[in-house]
Structures are given as C-alpha cells and as structure tokens.
Design a protein around this ligand. Structure first.
Ligand code: ATP
Ligand code: MG
Length: 282
C-alpha cells in the first residue's frame, strides 16, 4: 500500500486515496490503517447524498490502473465496489490490497500492445496475435488450423470494440461467444445458418482443439493466469465506466495513453523490492 501510495503521488492522482498504513501497529497478522469514511462506488444514492460526481473518479481509477500496469507491471487486482469507497470530500479510496497482480514480462508486453492498438497503431494487432500464438498456439493453430493473419483479425474483431467504442455500446459478453456470434454482436454481421450436421462437426473440432490445448497444459500457464486476472479487472472497470462515463471508451483517453506509453518499464518507478526489500512484514 505504501508503495502504491508513492506511485499515485508521483502520477499526481490526487483524487485517489490509499489508506495510510500505521507500520508501528502492524505485524505479521495485523494491518492497521487509516479509517476511511465512505461507501461503495456503485451506490448512487450515496454519491447523490455526498454531492459527488463519480465520473472523474472512474477516469482516474482507469488511469491509475493503466499507469501502474504499464509503468510498474503491477496493479490492484481486486477492483470491485466493496473495495472502492466514495468519500464525502469527493475522493475515491482504494481499499483491500490483498491481491496485487504482477504482470510477467510477456503479459506486460501484451498490455502494452493493447494500449498501442487502442491508439491506432496497426502493427500492434500483430504483436497481440503473437502473444495469442505463444500462449494458445496449440489450440488456435494446430487445433483450428488458423493462420497468424486469421488470428490477428480474430483478436482485433474481439478486442477493438471493447477498447475503442463508447462503453454504452460495448458488450463484454461477446468475449465469451464463438467468433461468428461475436461478429454479429460487435459488427451486426449476421451469422450464417448452419445445418445440424455442420454444427456437430464444428463442435467436434472445438472439443478436439480444447483437449489438445488442455493436454499441452496451456490453461495452466502463468501468462494465462495473469491475463485472466487482468481481464477480470478490466471487466469491473468497464462496469463502473458504463455506469458513470457511458460515452467514453475503455481506452479512449488518447492523450493520456500516449503519454503513459512513453514510460519505460521500471525505469523511473523503482520496484517494490528496491523500495522496501523482499519481505517487509514484521
Ligand atoms: N481503511 C478502511 N476504512 C474503512 N473501512 C474499511 C477499511 N478497510 C476495509 N474496510 C471495510 O472492510 C471491508 C472488508 O475489508 P477488505 O475489503 O480489506 O477485506 P476482504 O478480505 O475483502 O474482506 P471480505 O472478505 O469481508 O470482503 C471493506 O469492504 C470495507 O467495508
Ligand atoms: Mg474486499
């Protein structure tokens, strides 16, 4: 918490509060921190009672998440209303730092590519395809026989609307649909009608590809885990974004993103280890 407080200060994220930790009252099993008055970010009545507009807070939350992920390869990994408190003075407190994801280099690069893609760098989609192939090549290439170009187009079809369309028009559910359905939801292209026999054949191909990937241990890799965890955070950010900033895209803050991209990994941020040593619990 102290480390992230330092980062937020450096980033000038003054509307976000991480409770101050009182180290002299902490031990291996006890964490003592500043008491935060407030309540969950999705409590509209509370926001009204405080006279607080949560929109800028949600923007800052997303900025903080992007900055720490890009700049330090780390981020709060338990983003949800129970851990995000609106405060009467109009700030937003981030509680519960029990889960912090550390992106491995590969996942961090994937996230980097995602931001570049959102900024319109065409070649970033291909880099994202490269990541997909490294983590799921067995399924996508061996199982489905997809080429790199096809994988790139698929990644783009699934991701581009999520990253760049106004949140009110985004359907996260499309992420979990098969490509034809997702295309229909995302771009309004009607999926072709399939005979029962064709459907059955397709299902067999899918089942086989999954089983191949399973045998190759592709669902147990660290990158898979990290990507899932990071994806889950984006889902929540999308949820609050949709509530309070429906006309903005998840990664639509172009000026900010371009500036954030220039930050080189760990260069001027300093790692948690250098700041505090490996084990800080007393
Ligand atoms: N610094 C704080 N000031 C005020 N309330 C807090 C603070 N930290 C935590 N809380 C309250 O305690 C609740 C649970 O704390 P926290 O989220 O850190 O733990 P947790 O492991 O998620 O617990 P649970 O499993 O009960 O959700 C928070 O949702 C919040 O209501
Ligand atoms: Mg909690």
């Amino acid at each position: 918490m102290a480390y992230f407080r330092g980062l937020y200060e450096r980033f000038g994220l003054r509307r976000l509060v991480i409770p101050q930790v009182y180290e002299e009252f902490c031990g291996r099993r006890v964490l003592t921190m500043e008491f935060i008055e407030g309540g969950p970010i999705d409590n509209l009545e509370l926001a009204r009672a405080y006279g607080v507009d949560p929109a800028p807070l949600v923007r800052d939350l997303l900025r903080a998440w992007v900055l720490t992920a890009l700049g330090a390869g780390m981020s709060h990994a338990d983003i949800h209303a129970g851990n995000l408190f609106l405060m009467p003075d109009g700030r937003l407190a981030m509680l519960d730092w029990g889960v912090v994801s550390r992106l491995d280099d590969d996942t961090r690069d994937l996230f980097h590519a995602m931001v570049e893609a959102a900024l319109g760098h065409e070649e970033a989609w291909d880099r994202m395809a490269g990541h997909m192939i490294r983590s799921q090549g067995v399924m996508l290439q061996d199982g489905f026989g997809a080429s790199r170009e096809e994988i790139r187009d698929l990644v783009r079809m699934y991701m581009e609307p999520i990253l760049t369309s106004p949140l009110k028009d985004v359907s996260m559910a499309a992420l979990f649909m098969n490509p034809e359905k997702a295309r229909e939801v995302n771009y309004g292209e009607k999926a072709p009608k399939r005979s029962l026999k064709e459907k059955w054949r397709q299902n067999r191909i899918v089942a086989k590809a999954f089983s191949k990937a399973m045998d190759a241990g592709h669902f147990e890799g660290e990158t898979q885990r990290q990507t899932f965890l990071a994806g889950k955070q984006l889902l929540y950010l999308e949820r609050y974004g949709r509530m309070y900033t429906p006309n903005e895209a998840l990664l639509g803050d172009k000026e900010f993103l371009a500036a954030a991209l220039t930050m080189r990994a760990g260069e001027n941020l300093g790692s948690m280890e250098t700041a505090f040593g490996q084990g800080t619990a007393k």
